[in-house]
Design a protein around this ligand. Structure first.
Ligand code: HEC
Length: 442
C-alpha cells in the first residue's frame, strides 16, 4: 500500500474526516478546480548556509557594493543556484557545522490561483522521508525526558533526528521595504536575505541567554524572548556586526511601521505541527518573527501533559522502535485523540509522546488553511488564504497587483537556518505577469 501522510491518510483518518466534515473544512483539495489546469513554475531553491545580511554587505562578499546600491542577487547569481548550493553546504567560512549529505538544492514546483475571495498555492517537492514527526518526550523507565530534534544537533548525540518538514512563504509589497533606513536596496532586490542576521539563533553572533534576559525590550521586563528570529533592520535604530539585535526602535515607532504596512507576511506550513489540523501557521516579520494573533495550532508544554487516548488509538504512547512505521499516528490533538497524561498508565522504557500538542487554532493565526499529502517520496501542499483577511498582522493581496515573494523548504529533519531558499527577487502577480502568476479562476 502507498503511504499517505496528512490529515487524509492518518491512522485516525475517519475521526478527522468526520470532524472536518462537521466543521465544513476539508483536508481534501482546497482549490475549487483542477490544479492540473494551472501551469507550474519550478524554482531551484539553494542552501544559503550562514550568508547573512551582514556577510552579504561585507568586504567578504564581492557583490557587496553593487548590492547596496540596488543590484539584485539574481543580477549576478541567476542560474547559479546549483553551484552556490554545492559550495555552501560545506563552505569553509559560511558553514561551520555542515550536515553530512545535505542536498545543495531543492526544486520546488509552484502553482497559484485566485478567485474573488481567496488566493491558493500548490507546492510540490521531493522528500524521501515525509518528516511528519517533531520533537519528542521519551520515557526512560522512571521519568519523561526531552528527545528527538533536528539535524545536525541530534546526530552528534547519536540519536535519530525527528524534526518536521516545512514550506514557508514570505510576501511583501513592491518597493516598500528598504533593507535598512535610507537603503537603496530592499526586499524587492534581496528578498529574505534582508531578514537574515548574524544575531539570530544558530548564527555566528547569537547573543547569550543572559544578555537577552537583561535587555529591556527582549528580556524578562519585556517580550521574554530566549532567542532572536528573523527581522527587518528598519525596526532598528542602527546597524552593527551582529545585526543590531539590541538596538530596537521604540514601541511607538514600531507600531507606526506596522500601521504603515512596513512588514512582511510569513506563512509556514508545518508537516507535524499544523498540517494534521488542515492549517499552515501565519506569522509576520518586523522587529521579530511574531506569530499572528490568536491560538496557535500547537503548544509545547515544558512537561508532558497529554497522552494518546487508548480507546481511540489503541495505545497510550508510541514505542520508540515503531515511531517510523507509526508516524501517521503521531499527531496528538486536544479534543480528538489526546487525554490528560495519567502517570499510572502502563508506560514502558522507550515510550514516545510528541512534545508539541495540537489544538484547533483561532483568530488571525488561523488564516491559512492547508492540505498536505506525502506520497511516493513527494510532498504536495496546498495553501489557501483570503485575499484580504482584514487583520492588521496580514498583507492584503489585490487582483492585478504584483508582490515580492520568497519561498523556503525545510527538508530532511532540519530547523532554523537549515532550509533551502529562493534566489531573490521572485515576483508574484495576481492575474498579471510575474515570475509566479496566480491564475484567475472562473
Ligand atoms: C554585483 C554582483 C553581485 C550581487 C548583486 C550579489 N552577489 Fe553574491 N557574489 C558575487 C560574486 C562575484 C561572488 C563570488 C563568486 C561566487 O561565489 O559566485 C559572490 C558570492 C556570493 C556568495 C558566496 C558563495 C560561495 O560559495 O562562496 C553568496 C552566498 C552570495 N554571493 C549570495 C548573494 C545574495 C544572496 C545576493 C543578494 C542578496 C548577492 N549574492 C548579490 C556577486 C554578487
Amino acid at each position: 500500500m502507498r503511504r499517505i501522510i496528512g490529515s487524509v491518510g492518518l491512522g485516525f483518518g475517519l475521526l478527522l474526516a468526520s470532524v472536518a466534515a462537521a466543521s465544513g473544512q476539508g483536508s481534501q483539495a482546497l482549490l475549487p478546480g483542477d490544479w492540473g489546469k494551472v501551469p507550474p513554475t519550478t524554482i531551484t531553491l539553494f542552501y544559503p548556509a550562514q550568508a547573512t545580511w551582514q556577510f552579504l554587505t561585507s568586504d567578504g562578499h564581492p557583490g557587496a557594493e553593487p548590492l547596496k546600491t540596488g543590484t539584485s542577487c539574481a543580477d549576478c547569481h541567476a542560474g547559479k543556484q546549483e553551484e552556490m548550493g554545492k559550495s555552501l553546504v560545506t563552505h569553509p567560512k559560511l558553514e561551520p557545522d555542515p550536515i553530512p549529505g545535505k542536498r545543495a538544492t531543492v526544486p520546488l514546483t509552484v502553482r497559484a490561483a485566485f478567485d474573488a475571495q481567496y488566493v491558493y498555492f500548490q507546492f510540490q517537492w521531493d522528500a524521501p522521508d515525509p518528516g511528519a514527526t517533531h520533537t519528542l518526550w521519551r520515557y526512560d523507565g522512571s521519568k519523561w525526558v526531552r528527545a528527538g530534534g533536528p539535524k545536525p544537533d541530534v546526530l552528534k548525540k547519536g540519536a535519530a533526528p525527528s524534526y518536521e518538514d516545512r514550506v514557508a512563504v514570505l510576501i511583501g509589497d513592491r518597493d516598500s521595504l528598504p533593507a535598512y533606513d535610507g537603503a537603496q536596496v530592499g526586499f524587492s532586490q534581496a528578498g529574505c536575505f534582508i531578514t537574515c542576521h548574524n544575531s539570530m539563533r544558530a548564527m555566528p553572533k547569537e547573543p547569550t541567554k543572559d544578555a537577552l534576559k537583561a535587555h529591556p525590550y527582549w528580556g524578562d521586563a519585556g517580550k521574554k524572548r530566549s532567542d532572536i528570529r528573523k527581522y527587518l533592520l528598519i525596526s532598528r535604530t542602527g546597524q552593527d556586526e551582529s545585526g543590531a539585535w539590541d538596538k530596537v526602535k521604540s514601541p511607538a515607532e514600531l507600531e507606526q511601521l506596522r500601521q504603515a504596512g512596513r512588514f512582511l507576511d510569513l506563512w509556514q506550513w508545518r508537516a507535524a505541527r499544523s498540517n494534521p489540523l488542515g492549517y499552515a501557521g501565519d506569522d509576520w516579520v518586523l522587529d521579530y518573527r511574531w506569530f499572528d494573533k490568536g491560538k496557535n495550532t500547537f503548544t509545547s508544554p515544558g512537561e508532558p501533559k497529554w497522552m494518546y487516548d487508548q480507546a481511540k488509538m489503541g495505545f497510550v504512547a508510541i514505542p520508540e522502535a515503531r515511531l517510523r512505521e507509526m508516524r501517521d499516528k503521531f499527531p496528538l490533538i486536544i479534543g480528538r485523540n489526546a487525554v490528560p497524561l495519567d502517570p499510572k498508565a502502563p508506560f514502558k522504557a522507550g515510550d514516545i509522546l510528541p512534545h508539541p500538542v495540537l489544538q484547533e487554532p483561532s483568530e488571525s493565526v488561523a488564516d491559512v488553511r492547508a492540505a498536505g499529502t506525502w506520497r511516493d517520496g513527494r510532498w504536495t501542499v496546498e495553501l489557501r488564504r483570503k485575499l484580504n483577511t482584514g487583520n492588521p498582522d496580514d498583507k492584503a493581496l489585490a487582483p492585478g497587483k504584483v508582490y515580492d515573494i520568497g519561498f523556503a523548504v525545510f527538508e530532511d529533519r532540519v530547523s532554523n537556518r537549515r532550509h533551502h531558499v529562493t534566489l531573490p527577487p521572485v515576483t508574484f502577480g495576481l492575474g498579471v505577469k510575474a515570475d509566479i502568476t496566480a491564475q484567475r479562476l472562473p
